[in-house]
Write a protein that binds this ligand. Structure first.
Ligand SMILES: Nc1ncnc2c1ncn2[C@@H]1O[C@H](COP(=O)(O)OP(=O)(O)OP(=O)(O)O)[C@@H](O)[C@H]1O
Ligand SMILES: [Mg+2]
Length: 256
């Protein structure tokens, strides 16, 4: 089998007496959607932070695209192709959807830490190639016809799609998604799930999501995190059938 795009080896992280990540081993294979699920406070967001470089693990190793990135910062990992879906705050409401994606592409090229994106924005705004790349990313998320709309005027679900386009324009080798459906209504959530289904197979994803419908629709494999430790990693059917998982996490949803 091909080498995994991401491999976590015995990652550990504590805050005082609280072991938030306990001996976590996990790999994401090329092309797969790997879902990370677990109860509130299980340590999912912390683990995503450790992968992205925002949270420093106490022990263990992170290998991304064949490189040990354990000691690299967020920007260096992003340049290697670790894509994290932008938080809402990074969307500029007064800029069009196209301009927001162009700015994300520029930030990736110039290194956001150095303020490069802003320095280059004035000439870049007229850059046809950059605009074309942004439009292609918008088309991938179904916003092709909304390129000129100010981001602030987009519906909530469209904004989540825009954030996805902002990550995609950076041509990530792995996409980290922490609750992409959060705050969306049922119809919007279903559209976003369809959108991710359409992207499935074009790039590997590590997806944190509470909506089990979305998780089971998308995931090739699922890792269940309970109390910071991996309870099980397996195919969706195996995870669904696991007694401990049903008790600790899936029980309520399954009973509905
Ligand atoms: N910087 C921090 N300092 C102290 N404790 C923290 C810190 N960050 C997270 N924690 C604690 O670590 C635990 C795991 O938090 P985390 O946000 O990773 O969980 P989660 O699985 O993402 O939860 P949710 O499903 O609610 O998003 C929680 O008990 C949280 O309070
Ligand atoms: Mg979280």
């Amino acid at each position: 089998m091909a080498d995994p795009i991401l491999r976590l080896e015995h990652l550990a992280k504590s805050y005082g007496a609280l072991n938030v990540t306990q001996d976590v081993c996990l790999d994401v294979r090329p092309g797969e959607v790997h879902a990370l699920i677990g109860p509130n406070g299980a340590g999912k967001t912390t683990l995503v932070g450790e992968i992205a470089g925002a949270v420093r693990p106490d022990a263990g190793r992170i290998v991304f695209a064949g490189r040990d990135v354990t000691h690299l910062g967020v920007a260096a990992r992003a340049r290697l192709g670790l894509g994290r879906v932008f938080q809402v705050s990074q969307v500029i409401g007064g800029f069009s959807a196209r301009e927001n994606v162009m700015l994300a592409a520029l930030a990736h090229q110039g290194g956001p830490a150095r303020g490069g994106a802003w320095r280059m924005w004035r000439p870049a705004r007229a850059d046809a190639a950059l605009a074309g790349a942004a439009e292609a990313a918008l088309a991938r998320v179904g916003l092709g016809a909304r390129a000129d709309v100010p981001a602030g005027a987009l519906a909530h679900g469209e904004r989540r799609a825009l954030e996805l386009a902002m990550a995609l324009v950076q041509a990530p080798k792995l996409l980290l998604l922490d609750e992409p459906m959060a705050g969306t209504g049922r119809a919007e959530g279903a559209r976003l799930t369809d959108l991710l289904l359409g992207l499935k197979g074009t790039l590997p994803m590590l997806l944190v999501e509470h909506d089990t419908r979305t998780v089971f629709a998308l995931a090739d494999r699922i890792t269940v995190l309970i109390g910071g430790a991996v309870a099980i990693t397996g195919a969706p059917e195996a995870v669904r059938a696991n007694a401990e998982v049903r008790r600790a996490y899936l029980g309520e949803e399954e009973a509905v």
